[in-house]
Design a protein around this ligand. Structure first.
Ligand SMILES: Cc1ncc(COP(=O)(O)O)c(C=O)c1O
Length: 372
């Protein structure tokens, strides 16, 4: 098949993707959960800091000359936020996972990964030399059985899970994962992309626990923190190992300074308001769930996380609904295969502290006019 034929085939399956310049639409599907990307304090801080540092780009990879005192400070703040010993910041969340799994997974090792983990985890594991075992979503019995039958074949074992699942919006079963990790002498790697700043400082904070020595926390600066970049927090030895082994770190230019400064300010705001943000987001999620259910759409029941999957099913139905909402100046992207399983398309609605009361009213009116 040539490229054009292949594209036509994708179109015939309703899986064709197109980029939209979202202008004059109210966006209800971004990951800017706390509105940090437009926060005045953050913007002012970035402008002032950039003027003082008189630099935008970092100019080289971290191991050449791209690592600055500002990167170091950001890593310190992230370690503190996550109650971990050390941290490394990457240029994006995607490159963090690519580097993290490639670095940690040697031939004799194994990753035990939840089937709904993010694509960047899947790709990182593919790049590593380790074996992989996929357990059913949040099914800790299945995880236990997989470890029981295969742990003895491997040197290091890693249990891998999103903390907040990016499409379903549900939480990992942390306490059970911790117990299983201890029983089988395994590390736990948690992807906190959607947990940092939304459910507290992260999933450990949410459950009132502290990370232990076998914990490795990955996160992004691109969601609630509102800028761009990714990070790993762990003990000093593991971070040192990642610095030395992660190819997406070693061979990529260090994160640009506007993003470093924006992240530093956003983390300060999150630290000082962590419970307030969590409660405000939950309050709004309750209201959004009410709107969606009142309009006879099917979604999740709990309001713990700000991700609200509106379950549609067929891909073309999801596209049709997205387009109808666009006609009403509302943008909620239709998420289709391979991001979610085939015929399980969703509209991925998210809460954000950037929405006004009028925005929610507008959303309600738009959903009322839709037919499923
Ligand atoms: C769970 C999860 N991990 C990692 C990433 C990658 O992060 P970034 O978009 O910052 O590259 C994403 C992004 O959508 C994500 O949802």
């Amino acid at each position: 098949m040539n490229f054009e034929e292949e594209l036509n085939y994708i179109k015939s399956r309703k899986l064709y993707r197109k980029r939209y310049v979202v202008e004059n639409k109210r966006v209800f599907c971004s990951n800017d959960y706390l509105g940090m990307s437009k926060n005045e304090e953050v913007i002012d801080f970035v402008i002032n800091q950039i003027r003082q540092a008189n630099t935008i780009g970092s100019g080289a990879s971290s191991l050449v000359s791209g690592y600055t005192e500002y990167h170091e400070n950001l890593e310190y703040l992230l370690s503190e936020l996550k109650s971990m010993e050390d941290c490394i910041v990457f240029p994006s969340g995607y490159s963090t996972n690519i580097g993290l799994f490639q670095a940690l997974g040697d031939e004799k090792d194994a990753f035990y990964s939840d089937e709904l983990n993010h694509a960047s985890i899947i790709d990182g594991i593919r790049l590593s030399k380790a074996s992989k075992y996929i357990y059913k979503h949040n099914d800790t019995n299945h995880l236990f059985e997989l470890l029981k039958s295969s742990r003895h074949k491997h040197k290091r074992a890693y249990i891998v899970s999103d903390s907040v699942f990016s499409m379903e919006g549900d939480l990992a079963r942390l306490e059970e994962l911790i117990n299983i990790s201890k029983k089988f002498n395994a590390y736990i790697i948690l992807d906190e992309a959607h947990a940092t700043g939304t459910i507290g400082k992260g999933i450990y904070d949410f459950y009132g626990l502290l990370p232990e020595e076998n914990t490795i926390i990955m996160g992004t600066l691109s969601k609630a923190i509102g800028s761009q970049g990714g990070f790993v927090c762990a003990n000093k030895i593991i971070i040192d190992y990642i610095v030395n082994k992660a190819r997406s770190y070693i061979f990529s230019t260090a994160l640009g300074l506007p993003m470093v400064f924006a992240s530093i300010k956003a983390i300060e705001l999150i630290k000082n308001n962590v419970n307030f943000y969590k409660e405000e987001l939950q309050e709004q999620t309750k209201q959004l769930l009410y709107i969606i259910k009142e309009c006879n759409f099917y979604t999740k029941d709990d309001f713990i996380t700000p991700i609200i999957p509106i379950k549609i099913g067929e891909e073309d139905k999801a596209l049709e609904l997205r387009n109808k909402l666009l006609e009403k100046d509302i943008f909620i992207q239709a998420i289709r295969y391979p991001t979610v399983p085939k015929d399980k398309a969703i509209l991925r609605l998210t809460s954000s502290l950037s929405y006004s009361k009028e925005d929610l009213e507008m959303l309600y009116e738009a959903f009322k006019s839709l037919k499923i």
